[in-house]
Design a protein around this ligand. Structure first.
Ligand SMILES: [Zn+2]
Length: 416
């Protein structure tokens, strides 16, 4: 008996494709009916049906009749969006900071593609790929840290920064590595940023993402944005920085995009116009609601909704990408722009334009979101809080045509 149970257990473990937490019966065809589709790339913002077959988007139209083998999902009252892309997170547990593996926090928030921002470097990327990227249901890309050991190493160690070796690793793993990252550097020179940009050039024009560190006195943000950066490079933690509105000038650390009077510095607009990307990168201590509020009042909006998901942020004010998006909704950004910042825009930034939209033939990564109405609070690193009455919630996540998260069982028939 025990032996039989053991064998049964083994057989269950070995059933192809049946991994923990996922559904046993995956239909090859899904029809999502009556949801409000927001697909910024294709300029769709209305009620439409979405048909999925064999892992791809088969059709998006006003009325689609179910095929005989279709699993029909009633999405009335929900938004149907491309699977979300989180531009900035940390998903390499073995890098030593206790960050989560991607599937832990992505799929339940509608995220089907996550970009790791520098947890691994050119020395440690092969481990990251083997342990995490190849084992995750979430599609994982990486910005390679210019420091060879990434977060496992010393990010101040200029001897471990090597543009050539970083570029070689990126060229060897073109399917996974989308750019280079600089973070947490405290010295007052441009060595890591110059190195990352050189790596980007050597690897055929890949972008760099910069966490601007904390040199004292601060390095010039204008010089970074207008002279160092190429169009397509990414300034993350855009509403971080140390010179709080109304506070005395910070002796150093990091310059904010907003000045003492709450005006957006003209070079920030100029940089955005020349194609520099501004990523939220909310994180544990990198988002100040006041900066965002002041900036948006003057017409300066972030381009991408990166969370900076990490050990410190997911139980803090940040929580997940839907909370970040809901914060920006509450601050007055419209839903379609917020969704674009988590779908089509990041897809373009990482040069993966096959993702982030629901075009016919595209991979069927889809999120079903609802907006919960109620009394909600959103806060930041300063414990500054705003109140709102809308919060995005993930109902269902589909990754390459498979249901990978279903909050209320809407993909399962109701009981008789
Ligand atoms: Zn980060």
């Amino acid at each position: 008996m025990q032996r039989t149970l053991l064998m049964l257990g083994l057989v269950l473990l070995l059933l192809p494709g049946l991994t923990l937490g996922q559904r046993r019966n995956q239909p090859s065809s899904i029809l999502i009916k009556g949801g409000h589709v927001i697909d910024p790339k294709n300029n769709i913002n209305e009620v439409m049906d979405v048909a999925i077959r064999d892992g791809k988007i088969e059709n998006v139209a006003k009325q689609i009749e179910p095929a005989p083998d279709s699993k029909v999902i009633d999405a009335r009252g929900m938004y149907v969006t491309p699977g979300l892309i989180d531009m900035h997170g940390h998903f390499f547990p073995n890098a030593g900071r206790g960050d989560p593996a991607p599937d832990v926090l992505t799929l339940r928030s509608g995220v089907t593609t996550a970009v790791d921002a520098g947890s691994s470097g050119w020395r440690t990327f092969p481990d990251f790929k083997r342990e995490i990227i190849d084992e995750s249901t979430t599609r994982v890309f990486a910005f390679l840290n210019i420091v060879g050991n990434g977060f496992s190493g010393n990010e101040q160690d200029t001897a471990d920064m090597n543009a050539k070796l970083a570029a070689d690793m990126a060229l060897k793993h073109k399917d996974n590595i989308v750019g280079f990252k600089v973070a947490h550097y405290i010295r007052r020179d441009w060595i890591p940023i110059d190195g990352a940009i050189e790596a980007g050039e050597l690897a055929g024009g890949l972008p760099v993402m910069v966490d601007f560190g904390s040199a004292r006195p601060a390095l010039s943000l204008e010089e970074l944005l207008l002279e160092k950066f190429r169009p397509g490079d990414i300034y993350t933690h855009v509403f971080g920085g140390n010179a709080a509105v109304g506070s005395p000038v910070s002796p150093g650390g990091r310059e904010a995009v907003v000045d003492q009077e709450g005006n957006v510095k003209p070079f920030a607009f100029k940089a955005q116009q020349r194609g520099v990307i501004f990523d939220v990168g909310f994180g544990g201590a990198s988002f100040d609601i006041n900066y965002a509020m002041q900036a948006m009042k003057h017409g300066f909006y972030p381009n991408t909704m990166g969370t900076d998901m990490n050990y410190h942020s997911f139980n803090g004010a940040m929580k997940n990408i839907l909370n970040v998006m809901s914060t920006f909704l509450t601050l007055g950004m419209d839903l379609s722009s917020v969704i674009e910042g988590a779908t089509w825009k990041p897809a373009q930034v990482i040069n993966h334009e096959e993702l982030g939209h629901l075009s016919k033939g595209a991979v069927a990564d889809v999120a079903l979101l609802s907006i919960r109405e109620g009394d909600f609070g959103f806060w930041d690193r300063e414990d500054y809080k705003i109140k709102g009455n809308q919060k995005l919630e993930c109902q269902l996540t589909i990754r390459e045509g498979r249901v990978v998260y279903d909050f209320n069982g809407i993909s399962i028939p109701d009981p008789e």
